[in-house]
Design a protein around this ligand. Structure first.
Ligand code: AMP
Length: 424
């Protein structure tokens, strides 16, 4: 199977015609990332980040037409951050009035069992996202704040919430149910939700378009390996399992998160190390994973350490790959047949050694990486398996902002009222 040239691929979004651009906002606890996207052509017109919100010296960067502007100044809160971002568009360009904003898209981390697709934001939707804060105390508060401020400052365009969990609302019950007391689970909404859904959905769809196949005909394992990392098994465009759970902590080894551990580790440390809940939360979310094992969470630095003979770094790499392989094997068993293994996100798109190591020894399953194709200097979507395998191994750059922008267009086109959102 080969890649269909870009010019020959159908672009399902061109049917929407010219809409102007979509401003995609991603509000984190101390940062705001934004991108102005053309949802039809797919290009990022301008992009920026505002970091260290609430600290004495914030950092603002804005990139437009190949020029990057960087400033250091105090950014007290998200309201000021968004005002600064809008000011950058006025000052450096493009002027938003000229770009014709069609909608503002908000990345929201947790949609609970309630939101199974993008939704046009009204007051009720904001309240419902706010009500999900107990499920995502680290993420949803910033998302809600970002939506509130943006609706005030950009009041004459529709705002759309796009949820990281939405794609996985289609998971079957046997995949999302934890084997704990049913009553406790139901009372406290304890189940698996999955995250990075926008990326998994985009990559699974892109694989099909790139190969000139229908997504309904493909069984794909998507490995989203960024600073956060997750895997999914997608059968015919529908996810049947994913590695993240109630929160993004479950599953693969990540930059700073442990991924799967025996939950009794928490009881053990609480009883024997006197650690409190917040300390344990920080330990597993921020001080574990590659950082906890090797002292660094960036794979470029990890490679330097490994090359210098650092044994902790080598072990961290091996632990990371071991966990990934287990998920590939598990998802192959669930899917029954694997047409494509797709690597994406910062590590998946760039780290040659990770891709080679994950697929090493899987020839018996029809999965292998061709060393030349894997190491070739390239940055687009590509096949890196040899011609003889039954499974294609591919690299598919993820474009979460574009995927969010396109979901915004779909939501506004269909003007999905919040009441039409189905329970997942
Ligand atoms: P993301 O969360 O998708 O932005 O991925 C960020 C992570 O990707 C970084 O922390 C690095 O570990 C990894 N990364 C980025 N660029 C490279 C590269 N050229 N080689 C290896 N890893 C990379």
């Amino acid at each position: 199977m080969s890649i269909v040239p870009e010019a020959e691929r159908p672009n399902p979004y061109s049917a929407y015609g010219a809409h102007g651009s979509v401003l995609v906002l991603n509000s984190g606890s101390s940062s705001l990332k934004y991108q102005l996207v053309n949802p039809v052509g797919g290009e990022a017109i301008a992009a920026g980040t505002i970091e260290r919100i609430g600290e004495p010296s914030g950092i603002v960067t804005h990139t437009f037409a190949g020029n990057r502007t960087r400033r250091e100044l105090e950014v007290p809160d998200h309201g000021e951050a968004l005002r600064l971002a809008l000011g950058m568009f006025d000052e450096i360009g493009p002027r938003l009035a000229d770009a014709g904003i069609y909608a503002v898209g908000h990345r929201v981390v947790h949609g609970g069992a309630e939101f199974s697709g993008p939704v046009v934001v009204d007051d009720d939707v904001v309240e419902r996202i706010d009500a999900l804060v107990p499920l995502a105390p680290l993420h949803n508060p910033a998302n809600v704040q970002g939506i509130r401020v943006a609706r005030e400052l950009l009041s004459d365009v529709p705002h759309v919430a796009v949820f990281d969990t939405a794609f996985f609302s289609a998971l079957p019950a046997e995949a999302y149910t934890y084997a704990i007391d049913r009553k406790v689970a139901q009372e406290h909404d304890v189940r698996r939700y999955g995250f990075h859904g926008t990326s998994h959905q985009y990559v699974a769809g892109k694989v099909a378009r790139v190969l000139g196949r229908r997504v309904q005909d493909l069984h794909t394992i998507v490995l989203h390996l960024g600073n956060g990392a997750s895997a999914s098994a997608v059968a015919g465009g529908v996810p049947i399992d994913t590695s993240m759970g109630l929160t993004p902590l479950e599953g693969l080894v990540m930059g700073t998160r442990s991924g799967d551990i025996d939950p009794a580790v928490v009881f053990h440390l609480a009883r024997n190390a006197g650690m409190g809940i917040d300390e344990l939360d920080t330990l597993l979310n921020k001080r574990s994973g590659m950082l906890g094992l090797s002292g660094v969470n960036d794979f470029r630095e990890l490679r330097r350490l490994i090359d210098d003979g650092d044994e902790d770094a080598s072990l961290a790499f091996d632990v990371y790959v071991h966990r990934l392989k287990k998920y590939v094997g598990a998802y192959a068993a669930l899917l029954g047949r694997v047409d494509v293994v797709a690597f994406t996100a910062g590590v998946g798109e760039n780290d040659v050694a990770v891709r080679a190591a994950v697929c090493e020894g899987l020839e018996g399953m029809g999965i292998a990486v061709d060393p030349e194709r894997n190491t070739a200097a390239a940055d687009g979507e590509r096949i890196i398996s040899p011609d003889w395998t039954s499974t294609l191994v591919m690299v598919i750059p993820t474009m979460e902002e574009l995927a969010i922008a396109r979901q915004c267009v779909e939501a506004v086109e269909h003007l999905r009222p919040s009441s039409s959102v189905t329970a997942g």
